[in-house]
Design a protein around this ligand. Structure first.
Ligand SMILES: Nc1ncnc2c1ncn2[C@@H]1O[C@H](COP(=O)(O)OP(=O)(O)OP(=O)(O)O)[C@@H](O)[C@H]1O
Length: 308
């Protein structure tokens, strides 16, 4: 078995403070190591020929082909960013991967199980391992439950709640995500957006040693230090637990920093997959067509990603 190694991004980011990318310097984001070699060889999430169609509404509107035979892999410990112009099919891809919407074609294989072949009942136990993190952090927490209850909920659901040790474990977990345990008494609307996002990850260490998180987010411009905190938290969890992330975001500098690879969607297809460090490189996907300040573009002329 090959020896696991910690790599670099090829641009000298790891472990060399003098050459940290500007975004990391400005925001306090941690530099990202590449996933170990052995992890990159094993796809945790494998998507093949994924297809999503929406029916037309009424007699005049035609059906929409939102995802057209999309294929990609994400390894344990790896972040794959999905970028592309608005309407290119990113959210529909994420929804189908998460099986929130049954795909109309193709296969989704997660941790060796073919999700697309399972019915709802068989999917249920796998759901905690494939988690979305939505752009609205408030919407993912019950508005009426104090934060400590939201944190305790996975343990209760799994029948693992121990009244003697439970409160201490909740406090420890809040500390793990860098929240003062006293915040546990508050309701979600009494927390900042970043604090809510941190709570949303409460189940991570308990729920799954492997998880696929889809951040179906436009990375709303939270306070940069809060956002850096959330992303550092995600990075820490990924390193500790070998999580795979599918990261959907319009903030390209952030994508370049946070992701290992980037898949570019255009008109329902993945047209190119490149290392994140190549995002702005000469001849790279975005070098050909500079992105607008708040959005991203996809090269229409690029060939479809070949199937492995
Ligand atoms: N429920 C729906 N019914 C019909 N068409 C839909 C539906 N949801 C999305 N679409 C269409 O599918 C296509 C892909 O939409 P999708 O939301 O996946 O794109 P996106 O890349 O995530 O866009 P954005 O970056 O704006 O969120 C678009 O043309 C959109 O209008």
């Amino acid at each position: 078995m090959p020896h696991a190694r910690t790599g670099t991004h090829g641009d000298g980011r790891r472990g060399t403070p003098g050459v940290l990318p500007p975004l990391a310097r400005r925001t306090g984001l941690r530099p990202r190591p590449l996933p170990p070699e052995r992890c990159r060889m094993n796809a945790l999430l494998s998507v093949r020929d994924l297809t999503v169609r929406y029916p037309g509404h009424g007699r005049r509107s035609a059906p929409v082909l939102a995802v057209d035979r999309v294929s990609f892999d994400v390894a344990a410990g790896e972040t794959l960013a999905l970028i592309g112009a608005s309407g290119s099919g990113k959210s529909s891809t994420a929804a189908a991967v998460l099986m929130l919407r049954r795909p109309d074609g193709g296969r989704v294989r997660f941790y060796g199980r073919e999700l697309t072949a399972l019915d709802e009942k068989a999917l249920r136990p796998l759901r905690p391992s494939v988690q979305p993190v939505f752009q609205d952090p408030y919407g993912s927490l019950s508005p009426r439950l104090p934060v400590r209850e939201a944190v305790a909920e996975p343990l209760r659901v799994q029948g693992r709640w121990d009244p003697a040790s439970g409160p201490r474990r909740v406090a420890e977990l809040l500390e793990t995500v860098q929240l003062d345990p006293r915040l546990g008494e508050r309701l979600p609307h009494e927390l900042s957006g970043g604090q809510c996002q941190a709570c949303r990850h409460r189940g991570g260490p308990w729920r799954a040693s492997r998880a696929c998180l889809s951040w179906t987010s436009r990375c709303r411009p939270l306070d940069p230090s809060v956002r850096a905190g959330v992303l550092n938290l995600l990075t820490g969890l990924q390193e500790r637990l070998g999580l795979a992330y599918l990261f959907i975001c319009h903030d390209l500098p952030l994508v370049r920093h946070f992701a290992h690879r980037v898949a570019v969607m255009d008109n329902a297809r993945i047209v190119e997959t490149v290392p994140a460090s190549a995002l702005y490189a000469s001849g790279g996907p975005l070098a050909r067509k500079p992105p607008a300040a708040d959005s991203c573009t996809a090269p229409a002329e690029a060939a479809r990603q070949p199937m492995p």
